[in-house]
Design a protein around this ligand. Structure first.
Ligand code: ADP
Ligand code: TRP
Length: 334
């Protein structure tokens, strides 16, 4: 049965239900989630970070749809409730309890230095809320509550993971060994760049440069055709001088299983247009099964809810024990 093999290292990660997943989310996180799950080496927990998503402006009428949409992404990409606990963050209230406890040992200044806080508070000036500031503390709680040793994420989350490690160390030295110091696991593409500007990370907040993994074939072809390229005409990996083509080469390599060298050879003397046409075909074919699965899953909200209910129950059982241990350590159990 699922969470019974307690000897395997514990792995956890989550994504916010804020919008459609793009290729950066896939190549930096979700593809890896599936591979790590299927490696059989870890006891895996994957969740929908709905509480974190409240820190951005949102429409309550759309939130449940966004949650189910991300759950469908997880399943269509290959996450399997028989192998992993797939759950909803807000169904495990111990995470917010722990966030409060950890908040009491988090230096104010550390949170103010977080790049994501600075970026997001700059981007949403009308809504610089406290949740945006304490976001990394809740993220640390998500990780520490499950004794997770491994956390697969994209590069932009590394600073948050470092805080989780710092808080684990600090708590352990103050109150006795309680938490595991987790390690980040990055993919070969931890920071995929935008299609319309290779100096910026592909991000949901800038949809014009995103290739969404549930985009229809015609849309994929249109976006890749329009993607920015560099001067010259040679298909060559060169991050310094050819950042746009290098980014497209990374995508091609990751989705075709070919090495960058092989792809360069294949397109030697052929120019950008032919390369882009082949890349579009590769992307369309790669996600064909995903699109089919997702279209079918999205029509079955009851199935999606059942998956979250099952996983949340599993996560909750672990979290309840851990919060008891934590409260005991800090003298709250009277
Ligand atoms: P976004 O920045 O687009 O809003 P999220 O913050 O929801 O994305 O990120 C979900 C996961 O995808 C995280 O693990 C994050 O590090 C990863 N990720 C986001 N953008 C990229 C990217 N451009 N390249 C690689 N990984 C990314
Ligand atoms: N902050 C992560 C993101 O934006 C989502 C997240 C919340 C997370 N809690 C986590 C990721 C715990 C890994 C572990 O993508």
């Amino acid at each position: 049965m699922l969470l019974t093999n307690m000897k395997k290292p514990i792995l956890i990660s989550g994504i916010q239900p804020t919008g459609r997943l793009h290729l950066g989310n896939y190549l930096g996180a979700l593809k890896n989630f599936v591979e790590l799950q299927n490696s059989g080496k870890y006891q895996c927990y994957f969740f929908v970070a709905d509480y974190h998503s409240l820190t951005e402006d949102f429409d309550p009428n759309q939130k449940s749809e966004q949650i189910l949409n991300l759950t469908a992404d997880y399943l269509a990409a290959g996450l399997d409730p028989k192998k992993s606990a797939i759950f909803l963050q807000s169904r495990v209230p111990q995470s917010t309890e722990l966030a409060w406890i950890l908040g009491a040992i988090t230096p104010f200044g550390e949170l103010g230095r977080m790049t994501q806080f600075k970026d997001k508070s700059g981007a949403q000036k009308e809504n610089v809320n406290v949740g945006l500031f304490t976001y990394p503390v809740l993220m640390a709680a998500d990780i520490l509550l499950y004794d997770a040793g491994v956390v697969p994420v994209g590069e932009d989350q590394l600073q948050h993971l470092e805080l989780a490690r710092t808080l684990a160390r600090k708590f352990n030295s103050k109150f006795g060994q309680t938490f595991v110091e987790s390690k980040a696991l990055l993919t070969a593409t931890p920071r995929l760049m935008s299609l319309d500007d290779p100096t910026k990370k592909m991000s949901k907040s800038s949809p014009a440069g995103c290739l969404f993994i549930d985009d229809e074939p015609a849309e994929i072809e249109k976006k890749i055709k329009a993607a920015v390229t560099d001067s010259g005409s040679e298909v060559k990996y060169d991050e310094q001088n050819k950042p746009a083509i290098s980014n497209l080469l990374m995508i091609y390599g990751e989705l075709s299983g070919k090495s960058v060298g092989e792809i360069e050879k294949k397109f030697s003397g052929k120019g950008y247009a032919e390369f882009k046409k082949s890349l579009a075909k590769t992307v369309v074919e790669y996600f064909a099964d995903f699109r089919k699965q997702k279209t079918s899953l999205i029509k079955k909200p009851a199935t999606l809810k059942k998956v979250l209910r099952l996983g949340s129950g599993q996560a909750h059982a672990i979290a309840k024990k851990k919060i008891h241990e934590i409260k005991n350590k800090i003298g709250l159990l009277i």
